[in-house]
Design a protein around this ligand. Structure first.
Ligand SMILES: CCCCCCCCCCCCCCCC(=O)SCCNC(=O)CCNC(=O)[C@H](O)C(C)(C)COP(=O)(O)OP(=O)(O)OC[C@H]1O[C@@H](n2cnc3c(N)ncnc32)[C@H](O)[C@@H]1OP(=O)(O)O
Ligand SMILES: NC(=O)C1=CN([C@@H]2O[C@H](COP(=O)(O)OP(=O)(O)OC[C@H]3O[C@@H](n4cnc5c(N)ncnc54)[C@H](OP(=O)(O)O)[C@@H]3O)[C@@H](O)[C@H]2O)C=CC1
Length: 515
């Protein structure tokens, strides 16, 4: 019997960010392994014209929750959606709901965050710092609380090369930042943002670091732990391989490459691609929840959830594996044939951006205009290149994360828990994982039918022929122009032609002799 699964039985669990990528996988695993848990409270805001109930209904009826319905048929009764907006004071939670949360919550998993790299500092602080502070305040009023698990990121200290399982202080105190966001206007915030974030690449990593400081400072008597995942990717094994439902991290770029829009990236092939499957993060999170509540460590323990030091894979190798997967599982209606050239040279990347990205987009838009349709490819390409430029920081560096706490926890688990809540990425086969990732992107993000694979392969063959034809024509035109202008080129050309002619005559003569 799994001790961790048993621990969550009968518990009231509060999850923030349950509608997000990681939150959904967390909720699924909890219901599947501990169907006798009492209730999961989720803080949800109405969004995109959907009510709370509609959002929950959609999640529970998704493919991700198919297995849950088998083991926990009354899952609808065990999930309690509470209307909340983490941008508002007291999260805009009603008095009754707040009372219920304060009275019954046993465990908190704080996953909600803004993960946008370009978010305005005010908004990023509100969600990643102030909301964390408010949640801790709520937690301190919960008599039955056993553990508070905060999800941060392994990149909160990406300005360092070697990162230990400790909280590194930021130069300006989070409280001062929170206060200043209340009275500074947007223009001034824009001006001071680069100074505040310093050598971090964006407001996301900076505010996640501030969030960690808040956790440490406001922990009081609460049993707290922090999980720092690296780049969270599709699921590895559970509830099934390859599940993914948003474009963050590599998923968007896999689509862009598979559809032939993105063919070259400024990336360091030897840099470590520190991807970590979503189900691995969730397994570690649940194990940490159990450990923190049962063993009550004296200080806030930090757990790095990374793959680099256990089972490293670099971006060069990963790109090859992604390309190999596209051969087997091509995406439909590709714009060009998939390709993934990595270069660190600025001039080369500018050349490829012009030749391989912008020029085809302009030509395609010209074609759309000619056929009376609205041009859209140049706009899409500009957005894609902007996105890529924001991710570049993470694909051109390697980090070392120490993992003592994570390894200690692994050794504390029973063999059964190590199996049910497996977070040992040494067992991960990257080739298999990437293939399932590409399959998952095709199925769950692009919603493409597997029956369309032969047609997609045919389309790629056609694109390959067009590519060869186009290149041959281009070569002949260039050569013709060169011959017209250069005596040397002419001489080379005549030499090649006469050589070929002589070779042909020789073979003809020798075959006549044999007869
Ligand atoms: C061969 C392949 C090798 C693979 C090689 C992979 C390397 C990949 C390394 C990642 C490294 C991360 C390491 C940090 C790990 C964390 O700790 S953070 C968690 C992850 N967070 C993120 O990834 C957030 C990144 N995204 C953003 O910040 C914002 O989307 C951006 C990039 C600033 C774009 O903002 P925006 O221009 O306002 O656009 P937004 O409204 O978000 O989306 C615009 C369009 O782009 C699309 N889009 C959004 N994100 C993406 C994306 N990542 N890709 C493509 N399209 C996207 C949207 O669907 C949308 O399309 P339409 O709906 O308009 O058709
Ligand atoms: N994805 C990754 O690569 C990594 C993620 N992490 C961390 O993991 C955690 C989860 O990330 P992930 O699941 O990928 O992110 P998502 O963007 O998928 O999910 C974010 C969640 O936060 C919720 N949220 C955002 N703003 C509010 C608000 N004002 N009020 C209420 N809820 C809100 C969202 O709700 P809604 O659905 O309404 O928008 C959503 O449920 C984050 O803390 C992130 O920093 C760490 C490392 C890498």
């Amino acid at each position: 019997m799994s001790m961790i699964a048993a621990f969550y039985g009968g518990k009231s669990i509060l999850i923030t960010g349950a509608t997000g990528f990681l939150g959904k996988v967390l909720m699924e695993k909890l219901f599947r392994t501990s169907p006798d848990l009492k209730v999961i409270y989720i803080l949800v805001r109405p969004k995109a014209g959907q009510t709370l109930q509609q959002r929950v209904f959609q999640i529970l009826n998704s493919k991700l929750f198919e297995k849950v319905k088998e083991v926990c048929p009354n899952v609808h009764e065990k999930i309690r959606a509470i209307s909340a907006d983490l941008n508002q004071s007291d999260f805009a939670i009603s008095k009754e709901d707040m009372q219920e949360l304060l009275s019954y919550t046993n465990i908190i998993f704080h996953c909600a965050a803004t993960v946008r790299f370009d978010d305005h500092l005010r908004h990023a602080v509100q969600l990643n710092v102030t909301a964390t502070q408010q949640l801790l305040l709520m937690a301190s009023q919960m008599p039955k609380l056993e553990a508070f698990i905060h999800i941060s990121t392994a990149f909160s200290n990406c300005n360092l090369k070697h990162i230990d399982e400790v909280i590194y202080p930021c130069p300006v105190e989070p409280k001062k930042i929170i206060d200043s966001m209340e009275w500074l206007d947007d223009a001034i915030i824009d001006e001071i943002t680069p100074k505040l974030i310093g050598d971090r690449p964006n407001t996301y990593t900076y505010t996640k670091a501030l969030g960690e400081m808040v956790v440490q400072q406001e922990s009081g008597n609460i049993n707290i732990a922090i999980i720092r995942p690296s780049i969270v990717g599709a699921t590895w094994q559970e509830p099934f391989p390859g599940w993914v439902d948003n474009l963050n991290g590599p998923s968007g770029l896999i689509i862009a490459a598979g559809k032939g829009f993105l063919r070259c990236v400024r990336a360091t092939p030897m840099a470590v691609a520190d991807l970590i499957p979503a189900d691995t993060v969730v397994n570690l999170t649940l194990a940490v929840g159990w450990y923190t509540a049962v063993h009550r460590p004296k200080s806030v323990l930090i757990y790095h959830c990374t793959s680099g030091n256990f089972n490293p894979c670099n971006w060069g190798k990963m790109a090859l594996q992604v390309l190999a997967a596209f051969e087997k599982i091509p995406f439909e209606r590709a714009f060009r044939r998939p390709n993934a050239d990595f270069t660190t040279n600025s001039i080369t990347i500018q050349y490829w951006n012009a030749v391989s990205h912008r020029a085809p987009a302009i030509i395609y838009d010209f074609y759309l205009r000619l056929t009376g349709r609205k041009p859209r490819m140049t706009k899409l390409m500009n957005r894609l290149l902007r996105t890529v430029s924001m991710l570049e920081y993470f694909i051109n560096r390697s980090w070392e994360w120490s993992t003592d706490n994570t390894e200690m926890l692994m050794s504390e688990l029973s063999p059964e828990d190590q199996r049910v809540f497996n977070f040992d990425v040494r067992q991960l086969n990257w080739l298999e994982y990437i293939e399932n990732y590409v399959l998952g992107v095709k199925k769950y993000l692009l919603k493409e039918d597997m029956a369309g694979i032969p047609k997609a392969k045919q389309h790629l063959k056609r694109l390959r022929n067009i590519h060869y034809l186009f290149n041959t024509a281009l070569f002949l035109i260039a050569w013709r122009l060169l011959i017209a202008r250069s005596q040397v080129a002419r001489n080379v050309w005549f030499f090649i032609v006469s050589f070929c002619y002589k070779l042909l005559s020789y073979f003809r003569a020798s075959s006549t002799l044999k007869v």
